[in-house]
Design a protein around this ligand. Sequence first.
Ligand SMILES: Nc1ncnc2c1ncn2[C@@H]1O[C@H](COP(=O)(O)OP(=O)(O)OP(=O)(O)O)[C@@H](O)[C@H]1O
Ligand SMILES: Cc1ncsc1CCO
Ligand SMILES: [Mg+2]
Length: 296
Amino acid sequence: MDTQNGITATAPAGKIPEPPEPHLPDDQWGRRAWELLQKLRSRAPLIQCITNVVSMDLMANVLLAAGASPAMLSSLNEISDFTPGVDALCINIGTLSEDGLASMRAAASVAAEAGRPWVLDPVAVSASDFRMEACLGLLELRPAVIRGNASEILGLASARRIRNSKGVDSSHQSLDAVEAAKSLSRSSGAIVAVSGAVDYITDGHTVVGARNGVSMLQKITATGCAVTALIAAFISVEPLSALEATACALSIFGVAAELGMEMATGPASLRMHLIDSLDGLNEHVLVSRMNVFRVS
Ligand SMILES: Nc1ncnc2c1ncn2[C@@H]1O[C@H](COP(=O)(O)OP(=O)(O)OP(=O)(O)O)[C@@H](O)[C@H]1O
Ligand SMILES: Cc1ncsc1CCO
Ligand SMILES: [Mg+2]
């Protein structure tokens, strides 16, 4: 059994791991992203978010602007009724509590049993043993995607609280966490995305970079949380191509931010214009702006 980083291997004994997804040529990403965005808009998938109290509003509004249907239900008493019917689940440990963790565990188990994909946002995983242990336990429930900033991915991949971690913000560059992301992907079986100036997405073998976005996103709280929820929405419409769906979600969010920045005068107006730009995004603008490339 592979116990790399102390995390139990994901493929059952004897099962041959699935091959990496076929490689999409760099010039096809815009077309692919538009195809997935159209699917999302026409299906309006139901996305359950068990998330931190800071992020709820932005997360729900980003999901709505993209065409999904958000539901921030988190009581343990509702999970057995509600979670089997969702299209995907987003779990974010930003303001973690004992009760919240019990709900997260229950919802991830129910989603997995019902064959619904779920994504993990390991916010500030190195801030406390409580968070690290919570995340390592959640990894055993098989998230389809893990998205974090570089410090979070470095911490989670090592299964140890890293020093010089600052809380919810990153103190590392995304490129510094690419090898950790690959290792975490192989040990957990999840697609792993590291956000930053360039977002990196990996299935443990292939690495794709997404260069869209603006640095002012770091001045708006919970943009990372919101893009993780967007990833949940994208994988719900394309579960068999989770790497592509994840890269498309990150890149589309970045394109919306770039368009929003053209009208914004600061973080507060960028937040508003980003949501408007995501809602109004059209094929021509998306295809001409998308900047996704194969790294390895
Ligand atoms: N320097 C940058 N230039 C362009 N885009 C960036 C930059 N830094 C982050 N982003 C984008 O901002 C979004 C949030 O990423 P970030 O790494 O800041 O997440 P985070 O730290 O988890 O955020 P939060 O915890 O506030 O939700 C992503 O879409 C990412 O691509
Ligand atoms: C500021 C903050 N604190 C806990 S979660 C959160 C939102 C960004 O991750
Ligand atoms: Mg975060």
